[in-house]
Design a protein around this ligand. Structure first.
Ligand code: FMN
Length: 152
């Protein structure tokens, strides 16, 4: 299976997850690229497209949104994931309510892709970072391995 993994990142955590997704896909033909160099050709040539975004202001990054909106994904198998703050680490009650209400990046990415006619290979995943800049929670790389098994 040809798998394209593309991601955005500010501090490297989403990139780390993307790299471990690629590592878990051993035996498949994979390509891992930053969202900045995504092209329609790369999407068209892949059997499965994986997109990863940090959650920023309850949503995907601008680059991820732009790439989802810009390209054609009709009939394309996809899986999305995000990185996010752990709600249990959030001390502000107001922020907690906002997070509960507005959610995270991955569910929104999935929703737009489905609307564009893409086909979900597995439900979206969200992986926790400890502080804004990371590191990732210790269990994330194991969780990634479990999630990737659903894709192959
Ligand atoms: C400006 C800003 C807004 C953020 N907004 C959210 C948010 O709404 N929900 C959340 O769970 N995490 C939020 N975070 C934490 C990010 O999700 C975290 O920094 C990101 O997962 C790290 O990934 P990266 O290293 O790939 O950039 C925010 C971080 C920053 C800096």
């Amino acid at each position: 299976m040809k798998v394209l993994i593309t991601y955005d990142t500010f501090y490297g955590n989403t990139q780390k997850v993307a790299e471990s997704v690629q590592a878990a896909l051993i035996g498949n033909e994979t390509e891992l690229i930053r969202i900045d160099i995504l092209t329609q050709d790369k999407i068209d040539n892949a059997d499965l497209v994986i997109l990863g975004s940090p959650t920023r202001a309850f949503n995907m990054t601008k680059k991820i949104r732009k790439a989802i909106r810009k390209y054609t994904y009709t009939g394309k198998l996809f899986w999305v994931f995000d990185t996010r703050a752990n709600i249990k680490d959030v001390e502000s009650k107001t922020l907690l309510k906002l997070v509960e209400h507005f959610g995270y990046a991955a569910e929104k990415m999935e929703k737009i892709l489905l609307k564009k006619g893409a086909v979900k290979k597995a439900d979206y995943s969200g992986y926790f970072v400890k502080d804004t800049e990371g590191p990732l929670y210790e269990d994330v790389l194991d969780l990634v391995k479990i999630d990737v098994k659903k894709l192959i």
